[in-house]
Structure formats: C-alpha cells, structure tokens
Ligand binder design. Structure first.
Ligand code: GTP
Ligand code: MG
Length: 196
C-alpha cells in the first residue's frame, strides 16, 4: 500500500530529472488513456496529477516521490492528433530520450484502453520498447466502462498480438481509476520490484 506521495518536479529534459538514485516506474500510453488518473488512484490523492477530459493535458515529465522509496512518473501521451507536427516530434523526442537514458527506470507501464481492439500505435510502441530493450508491463485502463466479458476479450486480443511480436505474454494488470480495480495487485507488483 502506498502511504505517502508527493509531487517533486516537472521537466522537459531527462537530464534535469531527480538524481536516478531510486527505482522508477513511468506511465505512458495514448493521450486520454488515463495515465494521470492512475497516478491519483494508486496514491489515493485525486489532486496529485492533473487530469482532463480533453487529450493532451500532461505535457511534461512529472516526477512523484512514493513512500520515500521510489519514483512514479506521469508522462505525456502519444498519438495526439491535434498538436502540430513540430510539437509532436518535440514530445516524442523528450519521451524517447527519457525512456532510453533513464538509468533507474525499472519498467515503463504502457496503458491500454480496455474498451478498444488492439491499436496499431500501441503495438508499435511496445515493439519500439522491445527494440530498445526497455522493460514494459501493460495496464488495461477504464475497465469500469464495459462488461467484464468485453474487457477480458479485448485484453486477450492485445495479449495475443503482443505474443506475436515477442513470443511470450507481457505482465499485465486490469484497472479502473473509477472503482479502484487492480490497485492492490499493481501496487504489490511494483513494491515487490522496488524492494529487490
Ligand atoms: P493526457 O495527459 O492528455 O495524455 O491524458 P491521460 O492519459 O493522463 O488521461 P487522464 O488521466 O487525464 O484521463 C482522461 C479522461 O479519462 C478523464 O476524463 C478521466 O476522468 C477519464 N478516466 C481515466 N481513467 C478512467 C477510468 O478508469 N474510468 C473512467 N470511467 N474514466 C477514466
Ligand atoms: Mg495526463
């Protein structure tokens, strides 16, 4: 269980992020998939990360200190069509530089909208993680939005697609920031990883 969480700093450059002395988990995924909402749900603080109904809300690398022990990072989304090409490439470079160079990153949590069939952009992103040897786990979001059967069907389709790429299934969690589903499982997983 997370007992303490505080916002530390926002950056555009991974070099200015807090010294990489604690293990780190970062949240990425398409704009509006629920990254910032997940930060708030996991920490039990609705106001910690800024959320919005409109995509493109988070624009910086945001560090949160958790239990004085590890960093949680809220990243901007990818695949947001409404920003200009030059902003898009600036964001993409900021995120890819961060992911490639951040030495203390234990894993990137790739958030996937559980309402949707596998999306090309998400499969491309995890492929890129594989090519760059960046460990990742999958977090299916917004499970409260449809039936359990529908969620599990979409999860299965995505895992099958990931298996096609990697030969095995990545670790995954099914969550809802509305109901708190998946909170305990995900926090336990991360806490276990940061202890090692
Ligand atoms: P960007 O910062 O723009 O990339 O978006 P984000 O991925 O941080 O998404 P954010 O957390 O801001 O949430 C986007 C919208 O989805 C908001 O309206 C949230 O209330 C809603 N939302 C996020 N998670 C859930 C969830 O688990 N269930 C439901 N029903 N709505 C959710
Ligand atoms: Mg956000």
């Amino acid at each position: 269980m997370i007992k303490k969480a505080s916002f530390l700093i926002s950056n555009t450059d991974y070099k200015k992020c807090p010294a990489p002395t604690k293990p780190e988990f970062a949240f990425i995924g398409r704009s509006n998939v629920g990254k910032s909402s997940l930060v708030n749900m996991l920490t039990g603080n609705k106001n910690l990360a800024k959320t919005s109904g409109k995509p493109g809300k988070t624009q910086l690398i945001n560090h949160f200190l958790i239990d004085d022990n590890w960093y949680m990072v809220d990243l901007p989304g990818y695949g947001f069509a409404k920003v200009s090409k030059s902003i898009k490439s600036t964001w993409e470079k900021m995120i890819s530089d961060y992911l490639i160079h951040r030495d203390n990153l234990v894993a990137v949590c790739v958030l996937i909208d559980s309402r949707l069939d596998p999306q090309k952009i998400d499969l491309e992103f995890i492929t890129w993680c594989g090519e760059n040897e960046i460990p990742f786990i999958l977090i299916f979001t917004k499970a409260d939005k449809q039936s359990k059967t529908k969620t599990l069907g979409n999860v299965r389709k995505f895992l099958d697609a990931a298996k096609e790429i990697f030969g095995d299934e990545p670790d995954y969690f099914i969550t809802s920031s509305q109901t708190g589903e998946g909170k305990e499982e995900l926090v336990n997983f991360i806490e276990n990883e940061v202890q090692e």
